[in-house]
Write a protein that binds this ligand. Structure first.
Ligand SMILES: [Zn+2]
Length: 590
């Protein structure tokens, strides 16, 4: 039977938000939290290993049940963002979940306060929970007293968090004007940025100019919000908690050593010429003397190739099947259990994601399938996430989900498996060229752009500390762009405002390098696969199966990867350079 785009079913979670099953789940959750709170006086350095494990099991059951309810609410909302009862349900769930988090918080505070001898004794019996327990302890040296922590939490709500919310609310209201085919359009940022990939060079330029006109108008205010957040980050994390540098805070929560991040970003700096070479090549294809910053995502060839949903799913399954039947079956399970929402509907979330709920449940996947080649790639990407979490199903609720820097491994790898499959079969030259160019476009956006963002963030946090003005920070930003693009790309002045338009800088400082990390890792892994074939697969599958049960360092070294070595990261860039050379060898077509 051919596959057709459809909505998902959430029946494996709950029949409905107002069902007896949902009410029963809430009741059970309440009972379990009360039971857990009753354990508080029994937590002690000399408690038995059995009692310790029992407490963890109970906390895990609470966490699993809360996750089931929470995911049901958020998936219902994604499937229908305009439905008011669903909106109301989701906010009531969020509030109840925050209360549960507070009521169970005493466990992690107690665990962090224990001395090393007690920790060693209890850890010995912790089995698969080991890494989750160990990770909590990483923050011990930076944890303040309970009253201090409480004050920070209370003041954050109206301080840093409020500033981030203000930034989000403020910038989400922006509308952009763009003249398209003689008609003035009112667009959201997402709609505007579609024109950054348009065939018409004038439209690409106009889209970017409009974007930074709007952000630049409020540049002084947005910049001030950033300065406040960077100061708050410094005051709390360096002055009070005694982290050594601003980026160390993020590195610790990613569990990636500082020297690895320094090496990663250093290798990126060394490889600036690789993408400059790509931009020169692209200029030739676009028949331009020199590329403008407006043109870096421009399509080089016209193609309107479309795939039906049935063709797309069959291609993805076939590509996965050829890689490894076990992997293909895990992807297939998402469709067979009706956990994929693939159709385009009014009111549905316009993005794409995979939601892993619990180790024993097949994840839910949302895409908006419209038939373009990138929609097929997105399908492979999100199903890759679903494969990753199912491979890690042996682990606990706390350890099956991989850490951020490894979270994009199976998804990106799945896309590459699909790309190779398509390149081997596609006879239409323009489609092949589009696929190859898009891969380097994406590699730029994920690897180099995000690395440069992280490098700028390091500098910006210093500049704020030195008391620099918003205009001085903008000038520093523009300078990093000039360094990055050299004489390969012309960067016009309005790009000085790009930094105030990057939400990650506000809500999650230094988050962005995880993208660079993940993408270079997969490029290197894929290269190993091409060289080693079958021999590579068990190593790769066990990397995925580890989920979040060990430190990223241990998971990678078991797969033969030394993340401290510059040579490893350079391997990712070598793959990108290989792709560019492949493109350079093609005759320029129009
Ligand atoms: Zn992803």
């Amino acid at each position: 039977m051919p596959y057709k785009p459809s909505a998902w079913s959430l029946i494996d979670l709950f029949p409905a938000q107002d069902s007896p099953e949902m009410k029963a789940a809430f009741d059970e959750l309440d009972e379990k939290v009360i039971e857990f709170e009753a354990l508080r006086p029994t937590l002690s350095a000399d408690m038995s290993q059995g009692a310790f494990l029992q407490a963890i099991h109970l906390l895990e059951a609470i966490s699993r049940l809360a996750r089931l309810i929470g995911v049901f609410a958020s998936l219902s909302f994604s499937a229908n963002t305009q439905d008011q009862p669903i909106q109301a349900f989701q906010s009531s769930v969020e509030t109840r979940m925050a209360t549960i988090t507070n009521r169970t918080l005493f466990f992690s505070l107690w665990w962090k306060s224990l001395d090393e001898a007690a920790v060693q004794r209890l850890m010995a019996a912790s089995g698969d929970y080991g890494y989750w327990l160990e990770e909590m302890r990483h923050f011990k040296p930076y944890t303040l007293t309970e009253p201090e922590e409480k004050i920070i939490n209370i003041k954050d709500v109206t301080g840093a968090m409020a500033t981030v919310n203000l930034y989000t609310t403020f910038t989400n209201r922006y509308t952009f004007q763009l003249e398209v085919d003689g008609e003035m359009k009112q667009l959201t940022r997402g709609e505007l940025m579609v024109y950054a990939r348009h065939y018409d060079p004038a439209l690409r330029a106009a889209a970017y100019q409009e974007l930074y006109r709007v952000y630049g108008n409020d540049g002084a205010i947005l910049g001030q919000m950033y300065q406040n957040l960077a100061r708050d980050w410094h005051n709390e994390n360096l002055d009070l908690r005694h982290f050594s540098t601003p980026i160390t805070v993020r590195n610790l929560s990613n569990d990636i050593p500082d020297d690895v991040v320094d090496t990663l970003l250093g290798v990126c700096q060394d490889n600036i010429p690789v993408f400059q070479r790509f931009f020169r090549l692209k200029a030739r294809w676009l028949e331009m003397e020199r590329l403008r910053r407006y043109d870096i995502y421009a399509p080089v060839v016209k193609t309107d190739k479309m795939y039906t949903f049935n063709e797309a799913t069959n291609m993805v399954f076939d590509a996965f099947q050829r890689f490894e039947p076990r992997v293909a079956n895990l992807a297939l399970r998402v469709l067979e259990q009706n956990h994929l929402d693939s159709e385009v509907r009014v009111g549905k979330d316009s993005g794409a994601f995979c939601a892993s709920v619990a180790p024993d449940l097949t994840p839910w996947v949302l895409v908006n399938y419209q038939g373009k080649p990138e929609d097929v790639a997105t399908l492979a990407h999100e199903l890759g996430h679903a494969i990753h979490s199912q491979l890690a199903a042996e682990h606990s609720q706390f350890t099956f989900h991989s850490a951020l820097p490894l979270a994009e491994t199976a998804s990106t790898f799945g896309e590459m498996v699909l790309l190779d499959y398509l390149l081997a079969r596609e006879t239409d030259t323009s489609v092949r060229q589009t696929l190859l160019f898009r891969q380097v476009d994406d590699a730029y956006a994920t690897v180099m752009r995000q690395a440069q963002f992280a490098i700028f963030e390091r500098q910006a946090h210093d500049l704020v500390q030195q008391g620099m003005t918003v205009d001085e920070i903008s000038a520093a930003y523009l300078e990093t762009l000039h360094k990055q693009f050299g004489d390969a790309v012309e960067v016009s002045d309005e790009f000085r405002w790009e930094w105030v338009s990057i939400p990650h800088f506000y809500f999650a400082p230094f988050y962005v390098y995880a993208y660079t990390f993940g993408q270079l890792l997969v490029l290197s892994l894929y290269q190993q696969y091409k060289v080693e074939g079958e021999a590579f697969k068990p190593r790769y599958l066990s990397l995925l199966s580890a989920g979040g049960s060990k430190t990223p360092e241990k998971i990678l070294s078991a797969a033969g990867i030394d993340m401290h070595a510059a040579k490893f990261w350079q391997g990712g860039f070598d793959v990108i350079r290989g792709l560019i050379e492949q493109l350079e060898a093609l005759p320029v077509t129009k």
